[in-house]
Design a binder for this molecule. Structure first.
Ligand SMILES: Nc1ncnc2c1ncn2[C@@H]1O[C@H](COP(=O)(O)OP(=O)(O)O)[C@@H](O)[C@H]1O
Ligand SMILES: [Mg+2]
Length: 371
């Protein structure tokens, strides 16, 4: 009953200014335990960076809510750095008074080099401030750049197609011509593309006329003929070093992106595929990843791409596990050090973990942001 009084005195609406007094851990604990089931005050607030929440945003919000977390969509285009004494160095819409407990990155908008650098600065700054960013700025930065992805995969000793990244047009034409002469098709991709956009296949010498760079850079890759009938590749979803779901994507032509009309078919993961996907995610240092893998005519797997902001709507339609639930579970349990609700009850263990965090002073009053 006493804690109800505390609730009515101090519990704020979600986004109101909140200069909370510093509660003792004892009061907080008593407070949280008594109000949790009835009032469902969120144990924390998550920012979901996206300009187009859609189905994925909804799935994430539902999953966060299941853990007692409120989540708010925010656009990176509206975030700012504010370097001034005594104020938050980062402004995120909806988090003006206190920064979120974690950030889930569902989209990084395109833009000029300066704009994209600012978006990445915001992700890097959040990480430096100790706020979990899922996936973090470095993983995103490396994986949106197909050249760096190919380099890192190869550097980790993982199979990935023969690839060239260069600026000089004459050299690009010479490479393409040589590949065609040797009986290989060549793929040309924008360095920063996704969902199959801007990808072309060079099949004959006359195709070289339209071979264009992507803003001055050519990304050329030997085409891998896939095993089996028609065109297909695999999408393997990895979370925290585990391959949790997979599907085969069957393209209407050689582009197997779901956004380009490919159909999704369930598959059973074999060890080779799972192992390669997990190693690929590790090579790019990702919390989670959507890994594109082609099986060639000789039955060897080769990694095409490692996505740090993968969509999972198609995959969800053919797999049993709840992907949004697994992502949120991983982010909350592995990356956030706060008490949490499970089925409307406060998790005692996480409260005592938090006591250690408060005691060693590394996170001052983590409750102050939400309760
Ligand atoms: N080297 C390649 N050999 C054969 N098919 C490829 C190759 N590279 C890409 N593709 C096809 O194009 C699709 C999109 O390529 P990807 O590199 O994953 O770019 P995006 O980011 O646009 O998805 C792949 O899923 C695959 O079907
Ligand atoms: Mg892809």
């Amino acid at each position: 009953m006493r804690s109800w009084m505390i609730v009515s005195s101090y519990a704020p609406p979600l986004h109101s200014p909140s200069p909370y007094p510093l509660f003792s851990l004892h009061v907080l604990r008593h407070f949280a335990l008594s109000i949790a089931p009835d009032y469902k005050i969120p144990v924390g607030k998550i920012a979901i960076f996206t300009d187009d929440p859609g189905w994925h945003g909804k799935q994430l919000q539902l999953a966060f809510a299941g853990y007692g977390y409120a989540s708010t969509y925010a656009s990176l285009t509206e975030c700012r750095l504010r370097i001034a004494a005594g104020s938050l160095p980062l402004l995120i819409p909806g988090f003006e008074e206190s920064l979120p407990d974690a950030v889930f990155v569902r989209g990084v908008p395109g833009g000029s080099l300066e704009e994209v650098v600012l978006y990445l600065d915001i992700l890097h700054a959040l990480k430096i401030l100790g706020i979990p960013v899922y996936n973090d700025g470095q993983a995103i930065e490396r994986s949106v750049d197909k050249g760096m992805t190919s380099f890192l995969l190869h550097n980790a000793g993982l199979p990935t197609p023969l690839t060239w990244v260069l600026r000089n047009r004459e050299e690009a034409l010479a490479i393409a011509g040589q590949e065609l002469k040797n009986g290989h098709f060549l793929i040309s991709k924008p360095l920063f593309g996704s969902q199959g956009e801007g990808i072309r296949r060079v099949e004959k010498m006359t195709d070289l006329i339209w071979l264009t760079s992507s803003r001055g850079v050519y990304y050329l890759q030997r085409f891998v003929d896939c095993a089996g009938e028609g065109f297909s590749d695999h999408r393997v979803f990895v979370i925290n070093g585990l391959a949790v779901a997979a599907m085969q994507r069957r393209g209407k032509f050689w582009l197997n992106n779901v956004a380009r009309g490919a159909s999704c078919e369930p598959i059973t993961l074999n060890t080779g595929l799972a192992d390669l996907a997990v190693k690929s995610a590790a090579a790019l240092n990702m919390d989670y990843a959507g890994v594109d893998i082609i099986e060639d005519r000789a039955g060897r797997y080769t990694v095409i791409e490692v996505n740090s902001i993968p969509a999972w709507k198609g995959l969800q339609s053919v797999c049993e596990v709840n992907i949004a639930g697994l992502l949120v579970d991983d982010l909350i349990n592995r990356r956030i050090h706060k008490p949490r609700f499970i089925n409307n009850a406060v998790d005692e263990k996480s409260l005592s973990n938090n006591a250690e965090i408060i005691d060693n002073g590394s996170i001052p009053n983590p409750f102050g942001r939400t309760l």
